[in-house]
Design a protein around this ligand. Structure first.
Ligand SMILES: NC(=O)c1ccc[n+]([C@@H]2O[C@H](COP(=O)([O-])OP(=O)(O)OC[C@H]3O[C@@H](n4cnc5c(N)ncnc54)[C@H](O)[C@@H]3O)[C@@H](O)[C@H]2O)c1
Length: 260
């Protein structure tokens, strides 16, 4: 039986970047999508141009409890097979120059919303005896670097959550995939928060030089089909960093301290 064709997949962060590429590729493979992001108009435009029939569920994931209430009512009659927690927001500011509130915002979107949506969907998957929870974390959840202390903290946390959740659901035929991309060419830097909580508003050469969102999405879909637990996606140093960190931690710390 196909893991994608005919399946209902709830995808967050579907309005841009990796999420948009996932929406396009999953729809092309015959999935029925529930598309989530904040901008309803954009989601409707995407849903209308994708092949197949898709629903839109706009919500702000910086308010996870509200999002769960809204999703509970919306998804009442819908059998979700796969949840993809992809929505996320990055950071480009030094810890000493970052308001505490920015840390909370980064945790709400990158960590608490994943916990909330996963806890909402997992009992349904357990009852169905089948399903998948996918979370797009980051290489920043394996290796810390400058100007990402809040983002990295949230991504380290979400990887830990997924490791525990995977262990708890292992005997219930619910699989948990953690995706750790290195640099991917998307709007992530543009939308990243700076110290006062505003958006950076410009591209970043690291992300601009990364792999395409389409390549990242294709690797995620391959990993879902192969029942992988965790994948590192990317190229060059941003892909190698987690392995280097494990075997040569001192070298990685020195390299990270030298980078801007
Ligand atoms: N681009 C990279 O280099 C990179 C690297 C590692 C991990 N990631 C992760 O990949 C995921 C997708 O990011 P992207 O690179 O496609 O960036 P992006 O900025 O292009 O897309 C982010 C998506 O998340 C949504 N989103 C952000 N805040 C939200 C909120 N409060 N409520 C609802 N939706 C919200 C946006 O609307 C958008 O659809 C994120 O979790 C990000 O942390 C990206």
């Amino acid at each position: 039986m196909s893991k994608i064709n005919g399946k209902t997949i709830w995808l967050t962060g579907a309005s841009s970047g990796i999420g948009l590429a996932l929406a396009e590729q999953l729809a092309a493979e015959g999935a029925n999508l529930v598309l989530t992001a904040r901008n309803e108009e954009k989601l409707r435009e995407i849903a209308n141009r994708l092949p197949g029939t898709h629903l839109v569920l706009p919500m702000d994931l910086s308010r996870p409890e509200k999002a769960v209430n809204r999703a509970e009512a919306f998804l009442d009659d819908i059998k979700v097979d796969i949840l993809i927690n992809n929505a996320g927001i990055s950071q480009r500011s030094l810890a000493l120059e970052t308001d505490f509130e920015v840390y909370r915002d980064l945790m709400e979107v990158n960590y608490f919303s994943v916990v909330a949506l996963s806890k909402l969907i997992a009992p349904r998957l357990v009852n169905q005896g089948d399903g998948h929870i996918v979370t797009v974390a980051s290489v920043a959840g394996k290796v810390g670097s400058k100007r990402r202390s809040g983002y990295s903290g949230a991504k380290f946390a979400v990887i830990g959550f997924m490791d525990c959740f995977r262990a708890e659901l292992a005997d219930k035929n619910v699989r948990c995939l953690t995706v750790c991309p290195g640099f991917v060419h998307t709007q992530i830097a543009h939308n990243a928060l700076v110290g006062d909580g505003s958006a950076l508003g410009q591209a970043d050469p690291d992300n601009a030089g990364g792999i395409s969102a389409a390549q990242c999405a294709a690797e995620i879909i391959t990993a879902i089909k192969a029942d992988k637990d965790e994948i590192i996606v990317g190229k060059g140093l941003s892909k190698a960093a987690p392995v280097l960190q494990r075997f040569l931690p001192g070298l990685v710390r020195r390299m990270v301290a030298k980078r801007n």
